[in-house]
Ligand binder design. Sequence first.
Ligand code: F6P
Length: 555
Amino acid sequence: MFIPASIPLNHYSVSEQLVSLQQKMATTPIKDLFADDPARFDKYTLEAAGLFLDYSKHLIDNKVMDSLVALAEEARLPQAIKAMFCGEKINYTEQRAVLHTALRSFNSQPIRVDGQDIMPLIRETRGRIKKLTEEVRSGQWRGHTGKPIEHIVNIGIGGSYLGLKTVINALTPYHKAGLSHHYVANIDPNEISDVFSKINPETTLFIVASKSFSTLETLQNAQAARQWMLHRGCSEADIRKHFIAISTNLNATDTFGINQANTLPLWDWVGGRYSLWSGIGLMIALVVGYDNFEGLLKGAQAMDQHVQTAPLSENMPVILGLLGIWYQNYFGAQSHAVISYDYFLRDLPGHLQQVDMESNGKRVNHQGEEVDYRTGAVIWGGTGTNDQHAYHQLLHQGTQLIPVDFIAPATTHNPLGEQHRWLFANAVAQSQAMMQGKTIEEIRKELADSGMSAEQIDTLAAHKRVPGNRPNSMIVTEKITPETTGALIALYEHKVLVQGTIWQINSFDQWGVELGKVLGNRVYSQLTGDHQPHHQDSSTTGLIQRFRQLNKSRL
Ligand code: F6P
């Protein structure tokens, strides 16, 4: 049922070669590869859309890279990239095109879905985002007591939350002063109550962001926000001054009471986790200004241009995707860490978790057959240097192979003494330490030099040894700007396409999430009602009874 580590991608002829290369590379110290080839850094670095990638500290040589590129060719990756950009219905289980890339296109060429050019819709919506942004930021948009907006609350979850929050925090230096931003995603009442305690009903604008406008959490939170406003002096007629919606479901937004003038459209060819580039990103524009929002789109567009035109061997998303496949399918890695050395990028791993794991957490191929190889990795991470004092120990000396992407801007928006230089130094040093490690001989010598007895050295040496050969990439950019943030997120989006193509899975549906929603409804109905389903496991029944018992006085 679960796929063992050792099953490679046998459906490709080049896979056999990769298996034998893996056996060689598994015992090759990367530091020897550096010693043997002074040009290694030049060979395994590349630049695109304002991002610089160093992938020289990987368990690779030319033969490995050639074979990985051959794997991509055998998987018809160039054709898959083209199919996505041209609007083919590559999300075939939902009969949908996958065209988030059109949202960041500023080209004049039409992009068609079912024969209709979607670019005019996109341009019109951008115009509406711009207008709304200017109205709110200039103070022209007024709340029900005539005061300008000071607080914006995004009510949305998953793709209607993670991406826009990641970008807004990444672009903190671009925020408009006096406009606070808040998020309500979870159905946990603590979350919305916390936000209510920080905002003023007279000066708050709620954005209800939901592609489907049927998501339980978002609808419950939107209703709670509406009631909160009504109980604080806002009339039904004035609710429109405090609510904007973004959705494909205009009937539902209407029923909720947000009129079409205050609703931005969305389309089924934009996947939820790829939607920050659409009206779902309205809050980004409100907080950082429309021009910066466009800068974000243009940065992503530069990466779109790169992925479509660069040869596979010099293509940044392709390289990142192939390296992931190399470790996941040939070395038995199960997870992948993304660690940014920039506080403002602290939400990136959370967004990438959805982008990657909701896309490639799949177990059947295009024919609906169960695959016998591993697909999507567990994506996780955080920020340096904090995490050096938390989980890096396991990365350095643990038993699992966990490839890491370090992301580090070369300059900071907040120069403060030597702090940024220390930050960057730590990023590079972690990358180096993971690759080079520390040998037992080096440790023995160091301990002997410090005057330690032979007996003490014998006890300590093995514990101090750092094996090294932990593969990692370094992504450097001059500065975190709207453009580089757009390029960075687009880089990871395209990495998902690369890997999903090679794994022969549909990266653009998410049927697995549905079961939990259905069962959630069923459990909910049992928490108060008398209804008890016949076929239910004793754990679920027992937990429901425990809840009812603990809430006896409240039910
Ligand atoms: O739960 C899965 C999901 O459908 C995500 O794919 C999506 O981003 C999220 O829920 C929110 O959906 P919506 O924008 O329709 O409220």
